[in-house]
Write a protein that binds this ligand. Structure first.
Ligand code: GTP
Ligand code: MG
Length: 197
């Protein structure tokens, strides 16, 4: 599914300039710096497809990537904090919530959570939006390489206990590392399964 073409096709900074809904969309949401763009690169095996940075606030628009003409991946700006003006972050957060709530072609959202930090109130707000709009989503833990195995198990259990009551949440949490490739085949398999349904 991911072998072949992966091309940047569109950037949107408002709901008014989203691309036509020509393909199923799969979006990556999460706090600034959680590793969304790195995960898009790891999935596609293309290290420079999405721009990454160690300073939060790198991705500033909804970036759409065409994967083999089969579906679109959407790399979103981060919410929560960023090394840019507060107003910008507020505008992105509004755009993120509006897009997640109102996009008919959106098939699945992966909500990325930094395994070192766990679910924060700003994440809960996004889960709430997705739940209210009945958009299916799965929680993905990022940067698993930064944790010891015991710490990762604890984060998995803590995170699961926070999403168990949420009906729109896929009841399985996926630990990943874009750095080592851990969990990436599982994420690819999940997307393949979703597209075949
Ligand atoms: P914004 O676009 O600013 O919201 O950030 P983002 O969520 O797209 O994060 P990005 O992919 O730019 O990565 C942020 C930082 O985390 C970079 O310094 C990455 O190298 C680092 N990072 C990403 N994935 C991993 C990972 O799996 N392990 C480790 N250790 N670091 C990672
Ligand atoms: Mg980014």
């Amino acid at each position: 599914l991911f072998a072949g073409e992966a091309d940047f096709i569109w950037a949107a900074n408002s709901l008014k300039n989203l691309p036509p809904m020509s393909k199923v969309e799969i979006a990556f949401a999460g706090r600034s710096n959680v590793g969304k763009s790195s995960l898009v690169n790891a999935l596609t095996g293309r290290n420079t497809l999405a721009r990454t940075s160690h300073t939060p606030g790198r991705t500033q628009q909804l970036n759409f990537f065409n994967i083999n003409d089969r579906f679109h991946l959407v790399d979103m700006p981060g919410y929560g904090f960023a090394a840019v003006e507060k107003q910008k972050v507020q505008a992105w957060t509004q755009l993120i919530h509006d897009y997640l709530r109102g996009r008919a072609s959106l098939a699945r959202v992966y909500v990325l959570i930094d395994a070192r930090h766990g679910i924060k109130p700003v994440d809960e707000a996004v889960l709430e939006t997705l739940g209210t709009a009945a958009v299916s989503y799965q929680v993905v833990l990022t940067k698993a390489d930064e944790l010891k195995p015991g710490e990762l198990d604890k984060c998995m259990a803590d995170t699961l206990s926070k999403i168990e009551k949420r009906a729109a949440a896929y009841p399985e949490i996926l630990p990943t590392s874009s750095r080592t490739g851990f969990g990436i085949p599982d994420l690819r398999a999940g997307i393949a399964k979703l597209l075949s349904e």
